[in-house]
Design a protein around this ligand. Structure first.
Ligand SMILES: C[S@@+](CC[C@H](N)C(=O)[O-])C[C@H]1O[C@@H](n2cnc3c(N)ncnc32)[C@H](O)[C@@H]1O
Length: 356
């Protein structure tokens, strides 16, 4: 049957003529495919704009013409104009005739001093870019060619520096739902702490709190620096080593943070971390497991599906985890009062209590 010349509904193709169809005769638009194709270019546009300092320059200069920005940055004016127009098309800048300026999104997320700056995160968030180009091979062989497990510090140091602002906001806001600030002198164990956003949030909220901050030896320096910058390093014990093996006082902690550490570990590894958290807690203590949890049907939370996929593309064991899996492990291990909170948009955290 010849294809319809235009992707519009023909009168003869309506349900009145055809009955309820399983598929529509109207050709579907190609927009989803173009959206994916242009995803590559869109990402590189943003990378280039950040590398060229476009957002910080527009913040400093205010709304301005492309010519002045090109002169200020020493760039080719027509090429810069094409870049800026593309950023406008992506909703990342404002434009009126030849004048360009920051919009609210750019000001908040794409300037170095933005309240929720993602400037450091953008280049590293997808993981090593090469692994995406070799994704078909990863699916063929069941393992990425160069997993970040081979050199975790090279990947995690810039990642945890880039994610700190977001995770710190989530960990701080979590207090409105967890009320850790009402604990007198809580002890927190932070496994795979990165920049230690969970420890820092608790230590800042509770002047007598202490933390045991764990990460791999090559990454732990980030936590040391961030806790120092936040004035809480003197209440931290730094514990280098693999979170599956390091030793810590069992049954002594009031809080355990597992912040975005389970998605890389696979089912057995994630469950093992939940078990370790349980054994670290005193009766009545609580675990906080932050991650991008996929819904039971693995399709209603695309952000979580794709964040899980990012881990599959670049780690040996990483896969998307469902909320159902995590809640199941928490209960099987013995936790009770399992609940899911969303301290800030798209950052979900399971909170569960070790029974008294
Ligand atoms: C995605 S980051 C999360 C950092 C931090 N918890 C947060 O919520 O922002 C994962 C962290 O786990 C650490 N990590 C990965 N494998 C580890 C292991 N086997 N033992 C200890 N830390 C590990 C990484 O170095 C990294 O800092």
């Amino acid at each position: 049957m010849a294809d319809a010349p235009y992707p519009e509904l023909k009168k003869t193709h309506t349900m009145a003529h055809k009955g309820r169809p399983w598929t529509d005769y109207k050709p579907p638009p190609a927009a989803p495919v173009w959206g994916v194709i242009q995803g590559l270019g869109s990402y590189h546009l943003l990378l280039a704009a950040l590398e060229l300092d476009v957002f910080d320059t527009l913040e400093r200069m205010g709304p301005t013409t492309v010519g002045l920005v090109a002169t200020e940055l020493g760039l080719s004016e027509p090429h810069l104009q094409a870049l800026l127009d593309s950023l406008v098309a992506l909703g990342l800048l404002e434009q009126f005739r030849s004048v360009y300026g920051l919009n609210d999104t750019a000001r908040r997320y794409l300037t170095s001093d933005g309240e929720a700056s993602m400037v450091g995160l953008v280049p590293v968030a997808p993981g090593p870019h090469d692994n995406w180009e070799r994704l078909a091979d990863t699916v063929r062989h069941g393992r990425p060619a160069t997993p970040i497990d081979d050199d975790p510090a090279a990947f995690y140091v810039p990642l945890v520096e880039g994610t700190f602002t977001t995770m710190f906001r989530a960990a701080s806001r979590a207090d409105t739902l967890v009320r850790y600030s009402s604990l007198a002198a809580p002890k927190i164990l932070d496994l795979g702490a990165g920049g230690a956003p969970w420890s820092i949030a608790v230590l800042k909220a509770c002047p007598d709190a202490t933390a045991v901050v764990n990460d791999l030896p090559g990454v732990l320096g980030v936590a040391e620096r961030m806790t120092k910058e936040n004035g809480v390093a003197d209440r931290c014990e730094f514990l280098p080593g693999d979170f599956h093996e390091v030793e810590f006082g069992e049954g002594t902690f009031d809080l355990v943070a597992l912040g975005h550490v389970c998605r890389t570990e696979g089912e057995a590894g994630a469950r093992h971390l939940v078990e370790r958290a349980y054994s670290a807690l005193r009766p009545g203590g609580r675990v906080m497991v932050a991650d991008y949890f996929v819904d039971p049907e693995r399709k209603f939370n695309p952000h979580a599906v794709l964040m899980g996929m990012t881990m599959m593309a670049s780690t040996v064991n990483g896969f998307p985890l469902t909320g159902e899996q995590m809640a199941g492990w928490l209960r099987e291990v013995g936790f009770e009062a399992v609940r899911l909170i969303e301290p800030i948009g798209f950052q979900f955290t399971y909170v569960a209590t070790r029974p008294c």
